[in-house]
Design a protein around this ligand. Structure first.
Ligand code: SAM
Length: 332
């Protein structure tokens, strides 16, 4: 089987795996987790690094070429660098990306550069220390900022993920756009989704991608649509003359499912073929039952050929479970 042969039942290529290496996090962002945290998995319920390596090797053989390590906070898992060193050697995996809050990341940046990490998505919802404290319920702004500066210094492509939240960081939107003037950074505004471990905060979402764009256009009327990367979930824009760019992710409106090329592995080792499904295959149990690589691949192929057409269908197919997960177990 060659990489180009892995298509789902809707003709979409499936080549991107998002892997949550832990459900633990050192922040308590209010849109992601309740203040008291979530009930973390015991260590034995997380995939071991050996299990992750085995799985990624299989995925690489099946046509997955891009991996994102996420969490929870991936750097909370001790020896994450050991895992990254192993994954960069796996055949077929060409691009490794990381999503992090940046708190424990800075010391590893030189090695991430030398290992050829393709990009880092840094979650940062505000440029103000006090608002950071309110949103994340932790006083760690300076560490995230240091990571941002180092990523720029080491020229690792960096995208800032900013969840747009009514009453919390609307005043930051334009400040974030201004960051793109002199820095080669991509600022991504994300619609808030109901994955906060408690259920939706709102009956309807006010800050949709359309409203976010209109808000930016008021201050930057010359902002232009630019080419989106293939299979991108983000709509890209640039203010003429700015070094960086801006994008908006309609994660709640779900307007991008037609080109979705991604699958997810949760911290519990559950495969999700859509962000909004409630898990389609327990890969951890399957692996621990002692089955062969061939059997695992068969089950994965079955899952890839039964993907819902979009996030609405996936949500409908949930087995009666409301959307109460925390993004910390899903990985974003
Ligand atoms: N801890 C890492 C971090 O902060 O980047 C990785 C995991 S975090 C769950 C991944 C991404 O999901 C972050 O950019 C975060 O902002 C986003 N996220 C979490 N909960 C969300 C929600 N309810 N709606 C939209 N995005 C969310």
């Amino acid at each position: 089987m060659t990489a180009s042969q892995l298509f789902d039942n809707h003709g979409r290529p499936t080549n991107y795996l998002r892997l949550a290496v832990t459900d633990r996090c050192n922040l308590r962002c209010f849109y992601c987790m309740p203040e008291e945290g979530i009930k973390y998995l015991p260590k034995k319920d997380l995939l071991s690094f050996e299990e992750i390596e085995r799985l990624v090797t299989l995925f690489g053989q099946m046509g997955i070429t891009k991996i994102r390590l996420t969490g929870g906070e991936p750097f909370v898992r001790t020896d994450l660098m050991e895992l990254i060193r192993a994954i960069v050697k796996i055949k077929g995996i060409n691009d490794i990306h990381i999503t992090t809050n940046g708190i424990l990341t800075a010391p590893h940046i030189p090695e991430l550069k030398s290992l050829g990490i393709a990009s880092v998505n840094l979650s940062l919802d505000t440029l103000d220390r006090e608002r950071f404290k309110i949103i994340t319920r932790r006083d760690e702004f300076e560490k995230t900022r240091e990571t941002f500066q180092l990523l720029l210094k080491y020229e690792i492509p960096v995208k800032i993920n900013t969840v747009v939240m009514e009453g919390k960081n609307i005043g930051d939107i334009l400040e974030m756009v201004k960051l793109t003037k002199d820095q080669n950074v991509s600022v991504r505004f994300i619609e808030e989704m109901p994955f906060n471990g408690e259920g939706s905060h709102y009956s309807t979402l006010r800050w949709t991608y359309k409203k976010i764009l209109e808000h930016i256009q008021q201050e930057f009327p010359s902002i232009k649509k630019i080419q989106d990367e293939k299979n991108s979930t983000a709509y890209h824009y640039q203010v003429p003359g700015h070094k960086g760019n801006v994008s908006i992710i309609a994660a709640f409106s779900r307007t991008f499912c037609g080109t979705c090329n991604r699958i997810r592995l949760t911290a519990q080792g559950i495969l999700k073929t859509c962000l909004y499904d409630d898990g389609v295959l327990n890969i951890k149990d399957l692996m621990r039952s002692g089955v062969s690589d061939l059997k695992i691949k068969e089950q994965l192929l079955h899952a890839f050929s039964h993907r819902p057409k979009d996030g609405f269908e996936a949500e409908q197919n949930r087995k009666g479970h409301p959307l109460l997960e925390s993004m910390s177990t899903i990985g974003g």
